[in-house]
Design a binder for this molecule. Sequence first.
Ligand SMILES: [Zn+2]
Length: 197
Amino acid sequence: MLTAPLQRLIDDLKKLPGIGARSAERIAFHLLKAGKPEAISLSEAIRDIKEKIRPCSRCYNLADGELCEVCTDSRRDESQIFVVEQPKDVIALEATGVIRGVYHVLMGHIAPLDGVEPSDLTIAALIERCKQPEVREIILATNPNLEGDATALHITELLSGVDVRVTRPARGLAPGSQLEYANRSMLEEALRGRSEF
Ligand SMILES: [Zn+2]
């Protein structure tokens, strides 16, 4: 019934998180009816995130150049590195306005059962950063769950010979929760109560 191009769009939309068959059809028909500029703008926005966004060469946060916005900001406190699992954690932490330091994005957590080994993450680059003289504290803000804890522990062991303070935010964040859902007051409390790890 549907023409091949329309069917292809519906099939692609259905692969997106939270989009079922009915939503996919509704969006596809909306775009079919929409003005050409609106539809083309959407397709270009999708292409741009794939072509222009890349990992920051220092911290692996999302960047549209060599360095991300945080790393290019000279007002940030480079003595303090917040270690997080995903770029979306940086977005969540930045939204709270609490963080003065810089970040390091691991690009996941250690999960041997899912085939994710330490070498699949950006841990080696983090250890090298920690050896820079200006770095004084590493705050392991991985998610407060089993994988996040295991990843934090692994990093702590690797940093045992490096002269930096290694801390973990207090459990103001409920165990098993996701960092990206933390709000400002929760986060401030968790950071105030951070302890050596
Ligand atoms: Zn960066």
